[in-house]
Ligand binder design. Structure first.
Ligand code: ADP
Ligand code: GN1
Ligand code: MG
Length: 425
């Protein structure tokens, strides 16, 4: 594939690369055709080998710069810096400068291969989802789909010499993500964007997407895994988490509710995002409007309620997800209201009454489920989520469980909020 040309409107240095309008390279993937074998970076001359895991940030950024050279970027990559605060992948912002001085950024990610075991299937999902979303989003609208940049062989990802898989997206400029909500309007926007996202995936052509992480939101299986890890106590940490273990164990009765309603045919399977935390949607810096739903690794079959539930978990919390002052951890009713209004504005047309009836409960359930996953990971020895300090996962679990308590205490009030909004014409 030849290099795509940059538009003449691309910005000239000096100046921040915030208003660059990207060209949309066409991926050589169509429908469900399996992707071509990604080029191994060892197919290309490399200046130096990949640094091992645990390498200093500068070294990792240097490696990102080397890997960037194998994607179809249109100009040499000159700069790479770690970017964002995701818990799963290694993410870098890569700057490219053309000979004419045009500047453009890309988002380069090393995909977490310990968590995502079938990367070709994962990337096939993402190629299908982004293509479909692009075809459904109004061309004139402000919202856009993520754009995958192929590697030089036309494949949707490349492997480095260690076997790690990397992918590249257009950088969404002039927008950013929020770990902690700043205004209720952001909640409304985020929820409306995820509702729209579910709606536009409703007619994704068959077949079903791959389950990139099997049983991802199967709360019963999450609970059984938790019990098993507690029983094995592989890192000797059970003693340090007694009260959290008791909190979780006491809530076993809640884990089956949505699964049972799904098994009875009352809650339909849909194509859902499954990781709808607030920092997985980009909001425009100037207008505050949702610009792009990102982090598509877990887009797969699921329940609509998983998405609404994770929005409640990540947006209503008045404190950060890992804040240790638990007196600050409360679910804010005005934010819950904004979420319900935003989500129902875009999803009401396809949701069934049983889904609407469980919206308030879903927040409590998913907050519990993610808290349980943080707790399980702490007990297992921090093998899944990235951590920045000892006890980080335990702090997160405590925080999420405090949020569960707050949601439990307001369950009736939140239910009334949903009922009121749903009753409006
Ligand atoms: P993770 O799975 O580790 O959470 P994400 O795909 O969510 O990784 O990316 C991490 C962060 O990088 C996001 O929260 C967002 O701030 C930023 N980001 C991701 N994709 C883009 C993009 N295409 N343009 C600009 N920023 C992005
Ligand atoms: C992870 O990838 P990221 O940081 O957006 C996790 C979610 C959790 C979330 C908790 C693939 O999301 O399931 O809810 O952390 N993603 C995966 O913050 O496990
Ligand atoms: Mg993310």
């Amino acid at each position: 594939m030849g290099k795509h040309r940059w538009p003449s409107s691309a910005q000239r240095i000096p100046g921040p690369p915030t208003t660059v309008k990207p060209v949309v390279p066409v991926l050589p993937l169509s429908g469900i055709a399996p992707p071509r074998r990604p080029a191994l970076l060892s197919d290309f001359p490399m200046q130096s080998p990949s640094p091992p895991a645990g390498t200093a940030p500068d070294e990792r950024a240097a490696q990102a710069l080397r890997v960037a050279a194998h994607f179809e970027l249109g100009a040499p990559a000159t700069h790479a810096v770690p970017h964002g605060s995701g818990h799963i992948n290694d993410t870098f912002a890569v700057t490219c400068r053309s000979a004419q001085g045009h500047v453009r950024r890309y988002l380069l990610q090393r995909i977490n291969g310990r968590i995502f075991r079938d990367i070709p299937a994962l990337m096939q999902n993402i190629a299908r989802v982004t293509q479909h979303a692009r075809s459904r989003l109004p061309a004139a609208g402000a919202e856009r789909a993520l754009t995958l940049i192929p590697d030089r062989s036309g494949a949707p990802f490349a492997r480095d010499e260690t076997g790690a898989a990397w992918r590249c997206y257009d950088f969404i400029e002039g927008a950013c993500t929020y770990d902690l909500l700043e205004r209720p309007e952001q909640a409304r926007e985020a929820a409306a964007a995820f509702g729209r996202f579910q709606g536009l995936l409703a007619d994704l052509p068959a077949p079903r997407l791959h389950e990139t992480i099997p049983a991802f939101h199967h709360t019963r299986r999450r609970f059984e895994t938790f019990l098993e890890i507690v029983r094995r106590d592989p890192a000797g940490r059970v003693a340090a988490a007694q009260s959290e273990i008791a909190f979780a164990t006491a809530r076993e009765a809640t884990v089956d509710r949505l699964l049972e309603r799904h098994a009875r045919g009352e809650l339909p399977e849909r194509t859902t995002h499954n990781d709808t935390k607030l920092n997985n949607v980009m909001l425009d810096d100037a207008t505050g409007r949702a610009v792009c739903v990102i982090d598509l690794d877990t887009v797969m079959p699921g329940l609509a309620l998983y998405d609404f539930g994770d929005l409640v978990r990540s947006a209503t919390n008045a404190a950060a997800e890992d804040a240790t002052d638990l007196t600050q951890v409360v679910a804010r009713p005005e934010i819950f209201t904004a979420l319900a209004e935003g989500y129902l504005a875009t999803a009401r047309s396809f949701l069934c009454p049983a889904e609407i009836a469980e919206l308030a409960f879903s927040g409590r359930l998913i907050t519990f489920e993610i808290g349980l996953r943080f707790l399980t990971d702490f007990i297992e020895g921090d093998v899944y989520f990235k951590t920045k300090r000892p006890g980080h996962n335990l702090d997160r679990a405590r925080n999420q469980f405090a949020l569960v308590r707050s949601l439990e205490g307001q369950q009736a009030a939140f239910q009334r909020i949903v009922d009121r909004i749903a009753a409006q014409p």
